[in-house]
Write a protein that binds this ligand. Structure first.
Ligand code: UD1
Ligand code: CA
Length: 460
């Protein structure tokens, strides 16, 4: 017998989004709404998390596979309402004591609210505890109707509410703690005899009361927990709300953001004290940024770890690590798998891919380094290229500590340049260069005297 199972309803279509994606995969701060909900639910560490899918189920399953949790999924083939969606998860409910049911399209439901509601639910030995809130505008939500003792009597949907009931400001968030047995008894009794012709999960409340069990309301502290999105306009509002909340928290934690224009920072980003974030900076995915950095203007970081005192100006970086004291940019790209060592300098128009760059190395201008292992204190002149791809396979380039790579050197991989070795400017290096040696691969300068005069003579 499992103590706690959680069922996330995610079969809705979200036609008004006008997207090929199902609604629950629409993103707030670059994370699907479903992901926000699952983040909160996973923190409760339930015995099982079951996602009810329908529309776009392949896309949802693919997304679930990217997360580190073993979910159960059940399919709702026809969309017949929230009660019908829960019926699909009957097997999951059967082996459990408590069930948390919630919507996959209300991203701001947080674990503190879920936990506090659970405690109240268990303490009161309730059949059901509904998480409620009082948003500024209750239109569209199910209204909480209480009895004279203040207990929950029923929930009426907007479409079915009387004028009087429509005045009630307290609404159903769509998240509930159920006693699993009570819910299992109620589910077969639900009917679709209502304004929408759907099986409402909310009708289970009256049925549970009729069976002699208590129905309670937990009022959430933050009204934002109910916010959802039906349109792209709603999604914009959610993004705005979440964006300012993340920025506000970072400021409290000592991050300096003098102007929030174009600054979008995801919820899985941590930033150290006294780091300065400048306009046009987008930080998404899992990122950790140290203290005293200067990030931006116009910088995109996607799954990047950054040490302390790093400067990134107009940089695009993906799945990479940048150690303390490094400076990158302006106008440079770090593609996945790049490891930039301490105090490295990467200058303008430089692209680094799947490479390790040792500490204090300088790659100052107009250079491409792909699939390379570069030692410490190496200096690249302007315009160097590692030719890592022969059209079929990719090869690595290795460069030892303190090597000096002359301007416009092409290194044709696989190739190795030893420690302290030098390559002459304009060389195309195809053979390994021993330590301390100079490699020059270019023809000697040929001087043809009076070239201009001869040309003019021919023209006459
Ligand atoms: C529901 C509640 C309402 C509450 C509101 C909070 C019911 C009858 N009403 O209304 O009281 O205030 O949520 O947002 O429950 N879903 C399925 N299968 C279905 C129908 C819905 O999986 O057949 C999923 C949707 O993907 C969504 C969630 O259930 O994640 C809620 O469905 P939705 O249609 O948005 O319910 P509301 O009408 O908003
Ligand atoms: Ca809804």
């Amino acid at each position: 017998m499992k103590d706690t199972v959680c069922i996330v309803l995610a079969a809705g279509d979200g036609k008004r989004m006008n997207s090929v994606k199902p609604k629950v995969l629409m993103e707030v701060l670059f994370k699907p709404m479903l992901g926000w909900v699952l983040d909160s639910v996973e923190k409760l560490n339930p015995d099982d998390i079951c996602v009810v899918t329908g529309n776009g189920e392949e896309q949802i399953n693919r997304y679930l596979d990217t997360r580190g949790w073993e979910y159960t999924t059940v399919r709702q083939t026809v969309r017949k309402g929230t009660g019908h969606a829960v019926m699909q998860a009957e097997e999951v409910l059967k082996n459990s004591k408590n069930a948390l049911i919630l919507c996959g399209d209300a991203p701001f439901m947080d674990e503190d609210t879920l936990k506090a509601a659970m405690e109240m639910h268990k303490k009161g030995e309730c059949g059901v505890t509904v998480i409620a809130a009082a948003p500024d505008n209750p239109f569209g939500y199910g209204r909480i109707v209480r009895d004279e003792k203040g207990d929950l009597l029923k929930i009426v949907e907007q479409k079915d509410a009387t004028i009087q009931e429509q005045h009630i400001r307290e609404i159903n968030s769509g998240a509930y703690w159920f006693d699993s047995e009570a819910l299992l008894e109620a589910l077969p009794k639900l009917s679709d005899n209502n304004a929408s012709g759907e099986y409402y999960l909310t009708d289970a409340i009256q049925l549970i009361r009729e069976s002699g069990r208590r129905a309670a309301v937990f009022t959430a502290q933050h009204k934002s927990i109910v916010l959802g999105a039906n349109t792209r306009h709603d999604l914009y509002s959610l993004n705005y709300f979440a964006r300012m909340a993340v920025i506000g928290d970072l400021m409290t934690a000592g991050v300096e953001i003098p102007c929030t224009d174009g600054v979008i920072i995801g919820k899985d980003v941590t930033i150290g004290r006294d780091t300065l974030i400048l306009p046009g900076t987008i930080i998404r995915g899992k990122c950790t940024i140290g203290c005293g950095c200067e990030i931006g203007p116009n910088t995109l970081l996607d799954n990047v770890n950054v040490g302390d005192g790093v400067k990134l100006n107009s940089v695009q970086a993906y799945s990479s690590t940048i150690e303390s004291g490094a400076a990158v940019g302006p106008f440079s790209q770090l593609r996945p798998g790049s490891h930039i060592g301490q105090n490295v300098k990467i200058g303008d128009f430089v692209e680094i891919k799947n490479s390790n760059i040792g500490e204090k190395t300088s790659v100052a201008h107009l250079t491409y380094l792909g699939d390379s292992d570069v030692g410490k204190g190496v200096n690249f002149g302007c315009g160097c290229v590692t030719a890592n791809y022969d059209g079929i396979k990719k090869f690595r380039t290795r460069i030892g500590d303190n090597a000096f790579i002359g301007c416009n050197t092409n290194l044709i991989a696989p190739v190795e340049v030893g420690e302290n070795a030098t390559t002459g400017a304009g060389s195309t290096i195809t053979e390994s260069v021993p330590a301390n040696a100079l490699a020059v691969e270019r023809t000697e300068t040929k001087i043809i005297q009076d070239w201009e005069k001869n040309k003019l003579r021919k023209k006459r």
